[in-house]
Design a binder for this molecule. Structure first.
Ligand code: JD2
Length: 283
């Protein structure tokens, strides 16, 4: 069940020495439902099943010497070939590696538009570099070192499959995400309205949906400017956005040590008078 794929379902094939690592991930939550409903078909292919020696050897010492072992190319290539054959033509094959192209939302969107995705997970000190020529892209999920590609591949599977029609199950969410493209999220709250002395901004309880929408947009802009100046610089802001930021001052941000771009005195050169505007008074 789940491997009998409807023609409109999205196919995922994971090349991994540790297929069992995906059991809980694939069974859980949104993705689990998408798999059991047939919207997503997931295959796991183990390179060890494509070895021919009694020890089922998948690794070997690096040419030139050095610490650790490298995954041999033949079992990985054979597993990748099997994985491609399980998916429709036009599927994208991706190698996970610390030195790959940074993974991002735009890649997730591109791959969600493909019929399927093969993810090649290495172990040890990585796979023989010649495997890069057998895939369409080599990516990294971030600048830190993992012990293998499996966790990185789960990140990619989650980012891609939540974009598939019927998986998110909420067209409004997708529309909101495109409105907020390139911005951090606005702050969100639920009941109780006051908790540990902290009140939910009254505008959110005003019932004025237009005002709520503009307040949220302003908060997303403030937050992006404070926490991710690199993203903020790249925005093509309209005059209306700058006006919204002046109209709606930022809610207080908790100061996380080490957060980039949070100087003691915020740079307010591009908009006027936001730093000394007082917060909305409680009702
Ligand atoms: C991986 C290893 C090379 C030392 C296969 C690490 C990754 N953002 C990311 N960080 N690390 C990885 C990643 C992906 C695949 C493998 N290792 C361990 N490789 C030097 C240790 C082996 C991604 N994507």
């Amino acid at each position: 069940m789940g491997s009998a794929m409807a023609s409109d379902s999205f196919g995922v094939a994971i090349v991994t020495l540790f297929p069992e690592m995906f059991d809980a991930f694939l069974g859980a939550s949104l993705l689990g439902k998408a798999v059991s409903s047939g919207l997503v078909g997931v295959h796991r292919v183990d390179p060890r099943d494509f070895t021919h020696d009694v020890h089922r050897t998948v690794d070997d010492a690096p040419f030139g010497g050095g610490a650790g072992m490298i995954m041999k190319p033949e079992p990985v290539a054979a597993a990748l070939s099997e994985a491609r054959g399980l998916l429709p033509a036009g599927s994208v094959a991706v190698l996970l590696a610390p030195g790959g192209r940074p993974f991002c939302q735009e890649l997730a969107e591109d791959w969600a538009a493909a019929p399927g995705l093969v993810l090649v997970c290495g172990r040890y000190e990585g796979v023989d570099d010649r495997i890069r020529h057998k895939v369409d892209e080599t990516i990294s999920i971030g600048d830190y070192v993992l012990s293998g590609g499996e966790v990185a591949s789960m990140v990619v599977v989650e980012a891609v499959t939540r974009l598939l029609p019927g998986v998110l199950g909420n067209a409004a969410s997708a529309q909101e995400e495109s409105f907020a493209r390139g911005l951090l999220e606005y702050p969100q709250y639920t009941r109780p309205a006051t908790w540990e002395g902290m009140e939910v901004p009254p505008v959110l309880r005003s019932g004025d949906h237009g005002l709520v929408r503009s307040w949220r947009r302003a908060q997303a802009l403030h937050r992006t400017r404070a926490l991710r100046p690199d993203l903020f610089e790249r925005l093509c802001l309209e005059e209306a956005d700058l006006r919204l930021m002046e109209l709606h001052p930022p809610v207080e941000l908790l100061d996380h040590p080490g957060t980039p771009g949070t100087p003691d005195t915020p740079d307010t050169s591009d908009i006027s008078d936001i730093s000394d505007t007082s917060d909305t008074e409680p009702g």
